[in-house]
Design a protein around this ligand. Structure first.
Ligand code: GLU
Ligand code: ZN
Length: 471
């Protein structure tokens, strides 16, 4: 039975790294059955942000990474918040002290600071100096509890991707397990919960590798069986540094609000750590789940390439059925939200091939949904024509539109015939009409756009442009 978990800390915007780690855990659980737990690691009260948990739940739900156990989105919470489990951790700490695997420490911040300064002077790695290890302080006045890391020897553990990892105890600090505020640190709470929740496989970010020996020592002290660890390669900025806000958007909310589709983001994140074959870059979540094996996760740090994600998002947008794209657009764009259903559906074939992000809809299609005719720029006048001539030509085009049945193929033929009669290149006439109708130089195909816009609006805009030319 596979039991996996993701354990985000509610310290800010929901991080794309959380989506990445969740996806791999989700896939593992889907492939093998079992349970996928969402646990909120909220024991660091200094970094806690009240709105963060709800945002994490919302974005994981948006991505469709359903968890089997954990807090409900917008509903009452299952007991998977560490801040609600402090009694467990305190009891676990007492057990460790009795077993001689942990000890109380009442060193003041001033003393610890002095120790650190002296170590730095001697060019040693700063760490707790063991002052309280053998003092056997009684329970009572403010103290912390520290892990009693053996002075000699080493800890070896298996990583599913890297094999055996050995870390010498002299490089491992006597980690604080319980803080003086009564809250556990990450290390204690994680081990206690992973054990109690029956977690069998821990897929988490690579940055925790150096903490794992502390966790192994804890499992051993408690006499609990070890889970299997898989440390996933970190997402990286283009310069290979760990992905950071300064160099890349890192908030899942940003990706949603910027018009990315959840299926594209998942496909992209899967590619970061897994290969479905040499050239296979586009695949569904189902395909990923079926192919997924944790042992085959890549270990090289993947570069988070926003341009590639945009390309992939465009691929997914083009694959959507028009009615489904309309639904997504309504959720992503204020313009689409208020749009008439038929008009929105009629617009989709004009924009679907041209969008990399849902949010581009507004820029592409606003002229079809706004009431006012946008002011056409002066480039409206074709080369070699005067403004007055152009105004007269636009009015003849307006009359053509008035008589047309406004089916794209017919309207196009009618406008081409007019251009010929005017001694103009069709493309110059269509450009002038594009400016008149949209106020822009670049739009979806203009004849189709005019058919969507409708007779009245087209005629009014063409007339307004003619009038502005002083005709
Ligand atoms: N709260 C930790 C994080 O957000 C969990 C790490 C782990 O999975 O053990 O990275
Ligand atoms: Zn101490």
């Amino acid at each position: 039975m596979v039991v996996v978990r993701v354990a985000p800390s509610p310290t800010g915007d929901p991080h794309v790294g959380t989506a990445y780690v969740s996806l791999f855990n989700y896939a593992f659980r889907r492939k093998h059955g079992g349970r996928f737990i969402l646990r909120i690691d909220d024991t660091d009260r200094t970094r806690y942000r009240a709105d963060s948990e709800a945002a994490i739940l919302r974005e994981l739900a948006w991505l469709g990474l359903a968890w089997d156990e954990g807090p409900d989105v917008g509903g009452p919470s299952a007991p998977y918040r560490q801040s609600e489990r402090t009694e467990l951790y305190r009891n676990a700490c007492e057990e460790l002290i009795e077993k001689g695997a942990a000890y109380r420490c009442d060193c003041t911040p001033e003393r610890l600071e002095k120790v650190r300064e002296e170590q730095q002077k001697r060019k040693e790695q700063p760490r707790y100096d063991g002052h309280c290890r053998e003092r056997r302080l009684p329970e009572g006045p403010p103290h912390v509890v520290r892990l009693k890391v053996p002075l000699d020897g080493e800890t070896t553990f298996m990583d599913g991707l890297r094999g055996a990892i050995t870390i010498a105890h002299k490089t491992v600090d006597d980690q604080v397990l319980l803080k003086s505020d009564g809250f556990p640190t990450y290390h204690l709470a994680t081990v206690v919960d992973d054990h109690r929740m029956g977690v069998t496989h821990i897929l988490r970010a690579e940055e925790w590798i150096n903490s794992t020996p502390k966790h192994v020592l804890l499992y051993e002290a408690f006499g609990w069986p070890l889970p299997k660890w898989y440390h996933l390669p970190l997402l990286r900025n283009a310069d290979r540094s760990k992905i950071s806000k300064r160099k890349n958007p890192t908030s899942i909310t940003w990706y949603r609000e910027s018009g990315f589709l959840p299926e594209a983001l998942l496909n992209f994140l899967a590619l970061m750590g897994f290969s479905l074959g040499e050239d296979k870059e586009v695949f569904s979540l189902e395909e990923f789940v079926n192919a997924f094996e944790p042992d085959a996760i890549k270990t090289s740090g993947p570069i988070f390439d926003l341009t590639k994600l945009e390309w992939l998002n465009g691929v997914y947008i083009r694959q959507l059925a028009p009615a489904e794209l309309a639904r997504r657009l309504r959720a992503a764009s204020p313009l689409a939200r208020d749009a008439d259903d038929r008009k929105l559906l009629a617009t989709i074939p004009l924009v679907q091939e041209r969008m990399k992000k849902l949010t581009e809809f507004d820029e592409l299609a606003d002229f079809l949904f706004r009431d006012a005719a946008p002011a056409a720029p002066p480039d409206l006048v074709p080369k070699g024509r005067t403004p007055a001539e152009t105004a007269a030509m636009l009015r003849r085009a307006r009359d053509v539109i008035g008589r047309s049945d406004l089916v794209p193929a017919t309207l196009e033929a009618e406008l081409r015939a007019l251009a010929e009669a005017e001694g103009l290149k069709a493309k110059d006439l269509l450009m002038a009409l594009r400016f008149a109708v949209s106020g822009k130089k670049v739009t979806p195909p203009i004849v189709e756009s005019m058919c969507v816009l409708g007779r009245e609006a087209c005629m009014a805009r063409v007339e307004a442009a003619a009038a502005r030319l002083g005709g």
